[in-house]
Design a protein around this ligand. Structure first.
Ligand code: TMP
Length: 259
């Protein structure tokens, strides 16, 4: 993989040049950061799980007509994606109060919101991804009115679909973050879903126990990070029977076989 030209390295993923123009290879690292990278660590096996979980969710979303950058999974840690021009906005969808919403507005974590809330954050690490409004987006031209319409529309569809998907496996979808990108066709562009959907960017609580099955385990030093991600993958039916216990075993097993 290191023979390929690296295009970009983020906190949890690396992008390499793809085999054809307009494609990239997205590599999932085990690195984890929180609080704008003030806290750093690794979660052994996380990259493998996120690659698989994101493949699964993006495939299901494509099946209901949500356009995404995902093309196919290549191996345990890599997937082939369409190259997009990333819209510099993090779209956060919330169903239940938690995290920064609870802190900012003093709403107790776990409070069901009376309606789904969509928030926008300006994607800029140096500024700590500040909360913005659609007025800022229009004022600074980060996305057009039409693009914002498509983005909000897709965010709601993704939320409706994922809320059902996770409810079906005993998980409450508290909130999550999406990123979108532009693809160009001549002078026209359209918006598609990009980045990843995994426990790194979602809050997932067990419906019965409220146990956190997401990156809050790392953010809040709760321990059991990889077990939580594995539990999400297991409930989604993504871990082969009998191999649930160690994703890393699965990875080294494949490597030995040269796959
Ligand atoms: P927040 O409560 O910290 O604003 O996070 C809301 C959701 O967005 C939560 O599911 C975690 C996700 N998120 C990211 O994926 N990346 C980020 O940089 C932040 C701040 C949140």
């Amino acid at each position: 993989m290191s023979r390929r030209r690296q295009i970009y390295e983020g906190k949890a993923k690396i992008l390499y040049e793809g085999p054809e123009p307009g494609t990239l290879i997205q590599y999932f690292k085990d690195d984890a950061t929180a609080f704008n990278a003030q806290k750093k660590g690794t979660i052994s096996g996380k990259g493998v799980l996120n690659n698989r979980i994101s493949e699964h969710v993006f495939t299901l979303l494509a099946n209901i007509g949500v356009p995404t950058h995902f093309i196919k999974r290549l191996n345990m840690r890599e997937q082939l994606i369409r190259q997009v021009e990333i819209v510099p906005i993090e779209v956060v969808v919330r169903n239940v109060a938690a995290g920064s919403l609870s802190t900012r507005l003093g709403i107790e974590e776990g409070t069901q919101l009376p309606r789904t809330l969509i928030e926008y954050y300006y994607k800029d690490d140096a500024l700590g991804d500040p909360l913005i409004t659609e007025e800022h987006i229009a004022c600074f031209g980060w996305a057009s009115q039409e693009e914002m319409h498509d983005i909000a529309d897709m965010a709601i569809r993704v939320n409706d679909f994922m809320s059902g998907l996770f409810a079906g496996i005993g998980i409450r979808l508290v909130d999550f973050k999406l990123e979108f990108g532009r693809i160009w066709d001549g002078e026209f562009s359209r918006i598609i879903l990009a980045d990843e959907i995994s426990p790194d960017g979602c809050r997932l609580w067990d419906i019965a126990t409220n146990e956190k099955l997401d990156k809050d385990r790392f953010r809040r030093d709760l321990g059991g990070e990889v077990e939580a991600y594995q539990e999400v993958a297991r409930r989604l039916g993504l871990l082969p029977e009998g191999l649930e216990n160690d994703v890393l075993d699965l990875e080294s097993h494949r490597k030995k076989r040269g796959k």
